[in-house]
Design a protein around this ligand. Sequence first.
Ligand code: AFP
Length: 349
Amino acid sequence: MADHTQTNLITLSRHVLAEQRAHKDATGDLTLLLVSIQLGCKFVATCVRKAGIVNLTGLAGDTNVQGEDQKKLDVLANEIFINSLRSSGKVAIMVSEEDEDVIIVSAKDRDPAGHAYAVVFDPLDGSSNIEAGVSIGTIFGIYKVAPGSTGTAKDVLRAGRDMVCAGYCMYGSSTSLVLSTGNGSVSGYTLDTTIGEFILTHPNIRIPARGKIYSINEGNSVYWDSACTEYFSSLKTRTVDGKPAPYSARYVGSMVADVHRTILYGGIFAYPADKKSAHGKLRVLYECFPMAFLVENAGGRATTGTQRILDMVPMAIHQRSPIFLGSRDDVADLEACYAKHANGAAKEQ
Ligand code: AFP
């Protein structure tokens, strides 16, 4: 019988080190930082797997900065990432969804040599899905701290295009980590729990130029603006060669899962601003920017409807934004619809 055991695995660390060697100016600092992110993801993946058994589901009894009830796993994942990132010695400042203020890393925990980074993250996104066993995830983005800065909010209140790396880890039927360091390259890794390593399983991810799936909380449609209503209605009533050819609807309600599917299968994911949430729901720094960075590097687009997401400059660390992202052609159609409505071609409903 043939032995199918792969003996020359490309682990995430091996892959990142190889990319580092290809850049003559690389210092290895980002590679070290990514080791601490990997550790955080593996630790959280383990906690998510055993949550129902060891009483980690349910509320922690507090609310976070967004006024949302904190789950025990939210609190645990936050501590895991803060500790892991701090221990890398490469982080000067962090922003977490769970903490109202920026987290400054003290000088004793910083490596004085090399680069310092600012890391923005949502330690456990989609946590209202935890008890149902639905996929949830960690989202992160990384900036280089400005030369001379010891790490202040200014280091993160910058355009998303300034990020040097972004990614997410999805805790689903398997644990998948998707990462980009820019330059049009996105890679996907799957955790092999038997050896405790993320293995490169999805090299050079490219999002299809057009998809057949839309992903939005349609229960909010009564609150949508006219452009959003027209666009999503057009996906359901479209025809090809005179025959109905509607898009399929898929909505998990967990951004990591919905964006992961959108990147792999194509289509459009949206959380718009509406009459109920004037600025949308999702947070610019640690939800919109990292996902937009990944989607653009995979060949897709991400917009507020009227502005490229990565060109936004947030004024506050927990600022929200509307977002539409996905396949290049689908998002271009959505942008055209918003432009048409802005030009007054259609009346606000
Ligand atoms: P929770 O972390 O409270 O579950 O929110 C998840 C989330 O931030 C994002 O992951 C989803 O895309 C979005 O909210 C879902 O929001 P709706 O439940 O309003 O559709």
